[in-house]
Design a protein around this ligand. Structure first.
Ligand SMILES: Cc1cc2nc3c(=O)[nH]c(=O)nc-3n(C[C@H](O)[C@H](O)[C@H](O)COP(=O)(O)O)c2cc1C
Length: 338
């Protein structure tokens, strides 16, 4: 059995199962549903713009609302400039963050334009300044989320990758989250868990591997191939919010197995969390995003996803979803993948 916990800075993460940051998905409603099942060692927010974070109203902001159950909770910063750090980190401290993560893997055009995510990872000088500033401003556990080496010349890029990962460690990062795909490599590509394992040999801080882990057998294989200290789960958490509970029980012998899951009930639980905490104009988009993934649990799930996608209100979407669930009893998939 793999180690039952991993120490990230001052935080003991037990079990070593991490929820991945996902824009539009890892908000309070999904986190609360996942928390209801248990098994998560560390939750995450979506990526949060360091620039606007100081001005967000934590009582109503869909990015910041949270409940006690979603704990411990790490907040991911999207930053491109050292000047953005002081205010953002002070805000996270004030919010009671349990950890701070820095996004160094996002390649979305808007993110690159502002010099954040992958653009920051590619600019050594700015990277050093931003990482050092976060470290200087907080004693909270501090992680960085990266992708595998980029570039076409594989050998030289591997050396560069090694240097950069060690650079992060030297600057005081407490753990690395490594998405085991190269930058801009589509999510449909097989993740390279073995290659991720190389970084394990270079580092003395924990390495948490992410990418393509959709089931307990995947998790076992990833641990075996990479030697990771922990696993980070993204899309599968929106398909099967009980996946952490399952992994905690099967891999780390903690808690119990989820048993038979009532899918419509999980969906309704998500919707009611949305209704409870999110402003009316912020609900439908999030319901659509979640449904896109959750619908994979059904053989004809694309029909559910499509009918919710076309809905103009949450109540219309819910009616359609209920009708779908009624008609599709017995059409659940045993091994859904995102
Ligand atoms: C809808 C969506 C939103 C994402 N948003 C973020 C984000 O805000 N920050 C980040 O570092 N990665 C983000 N990612 C990448 C995930 O954190 C994760 O690395 C990726 O989905 C691979 O893991 P998986 O195969 O378990 O899903 C996002 C991925 C998806 C699908």
């Amino acid at each position: 059995m793999a180690d039952r916990s991993v120490t990230v800075g001052t935080l003991e993460v037990t079990p070593p199962l991490f929820l991945a940051p996902m824009a539009g998905l890892t908000h309070s409603a999904l986190r609360a549903v996942i928390a209801g099942f248990g098994g998560v060692g560390l939750f995450s927010s979506e990526m949060l713009s360091a620039r606007s974070l100081p001005w967000e109203n934590a009582r109503i902001s869909p990015f910041l609302v949270t409940t006690e159950a979603e704990s411990p909770l790490s907040y991911q910063l999207l930053a491109g400039n050292v000047d953005e750090i002081a205010g953002a980190v002070a805000r996270l401290e004030e919010l009671g963050a349990d950890a701070v993560d820095l996004n160094l893997g996002c390649a979305a055009p808007g993110v690159r334009r502002r010099g954040a995510g992958l653009a920051l990872w590619s600019d050594l000088e700015r990277l050093g300044k931003v990482v050092s500033e976060i470290r200087r401003r907080t004693a909270l556990p501090f992680t960085a989320k990266i992708r595998l080496c980029s570039g076409s010349r594989r050998v030289s890029c591997q050396q560069e990758f090694q240097d950069r990962v060690k650079f992060l460690e030297a600057l005081g990062v407490d753990a690395i989250y490594l998405h085991a795909r190269r930058d801009r490599e589509p999510f449909a590509r097989k993740p390279q868990w073995k290659m991720a394992g190389l970084a394990r040999q270079w580092l003395s801080i924990p390495l948490i591997v992410n990418g393509g882990i959709f089931s307990v057998p995947d998790a076992r294989k990833c641990l075996e191939e990479s030697g990771a200290d922990g696993l980070m789960i993204g899309r599968a958490a929106a398909v099967r919010p009980w996946i952490f509970m399952e992994m905690a029980s099967e891999l780390y012998n903690t808690g119990s197995c989820p048993g038979i899951i009532d899918l419509p009930r999980v969906y309704m639980a998500f919707a009611s969390e949305l209704l409870e905490r999110f402003p009316a104009d912020r609900r439908l988009g999030r319901l659509k995003e979640f449904t896109h993934y959750f619908s994979r649990n059904y053989t004809f799930g694309n029909r559910l996803a499509m009918s919710v996608q076309r809905s103009r209100s949450v109540s219309e979407a819910m009616d359609k979803a209920m009708r779908f669930f009624e008609k599709n009893r017995g059409a659940e998939r045993q091994h859904p993948v995102p």
